[in-house]
Design a binder for this molecule. Sequence first.
Ligand SMILES: *Cc1c(COP(=O)(O)O)cnc(C)c1O
Length: 362
Amino acid sequence: MDRYPLLEIDINVIRRNAAAILRECRKRGIEPFAVVKGFNAIPEVMAAMADAGYKTLASSRLQHLAAAKDAGLPVKTLGLRIPMLSEVDDVVRICDISLNSQAETLRALDRASEAAGRVHNVILMKDLGDLREGIFDSGEFIKTAVYIERELRNLHLYGTGTNLTCYGSVIPTNENLSMLAEDTVKIEEAIGRRLEVVSGGGTSSIPLMMSGEMPKKINNLRIGEANALSCDLAGYWQCPIEGLSNRSFVLKAEIIEIGEKPTHPIGKLGINCFGDIPHYEDRGVRRRALLALGAFDVADPGKLIPDDPGIKVLGASSDHMIIDIHDSKCSYKLGDIVSFTLRYQAMLFSTECPCVEKRIIN
Ligand SMILES: *Cc1c(COP(=O)(O)O)cnc(C)c1O
């Protein structure tokens, strides 16, 4: 008997998705890195990225990159999150490249590299207004780059980069990425050589690339989501790419209660289990089902897309999820399995959750 909730991970679909993204990037002079944190560095999925042709795997978490190295994958590793001062020795040991923004951390990395007898590659991050990581001021950005080149002997200034969309929801445009390109040209003039990498963001930069408006200077993206899932590019960004499928991750859950109930809670309403005050629409008595799945497995149940278009997700507490099946053409019964494809957040949590069974389909 299968155990549920069950996450089916289709390696062939993922390899094809990753290869399609890689092809679109290379056609436009961009050599991307594959980001593995969104699917929790599942070994078979990391291998699919390498099989698709990715030469560098990236993650914010060093454990993921150590696993990639231990698996012997023929790839370089990139640390995405600005290093903690407390982990610089591990960064130098595990990462071939890291993203950075703080002079003090760079000095610590330089010392760690010297102690390890290595030269560590760094990509200096510029904040173009999304307000997460990166040096905000252009003058300081250029000065720091030159400082790495001239003073930090055990570091190699490998490139420049930026991150958009993640915190400030800023959309990558020709205008904002041109600011990174211009600063990079100034750095190259100051140090007298070209940088290897000018990294213009993640999946959210793909629409700009596809439109042909990406500044020429940008030659790298760090892509996680689009390699694994296709729904957000099409759904959030109106940028469907041919050859991408959303059948890469399919989550299946079992019905544990079924029947008709009112749609509006009865009694005096306060806050729900997470301290929120939701809005409940009164749609009368409707047929619904309770699934053995919850926020513990997927965080926000709204980030699941039911395979059955007649299903509407109503909500979830930690371990129970409620779906409206009134308009479905299927006649569900107790014990039936309901399946969903995933948006990014649901992939992030379900791949990590120990209570979700995983099945690799080859
Ligand atoms: C997570 C992350 C990415 C990848 O983002 P996707 O939207 O999954 O493509 C790229 N760069 C940095 C710095 C990240 O933290």
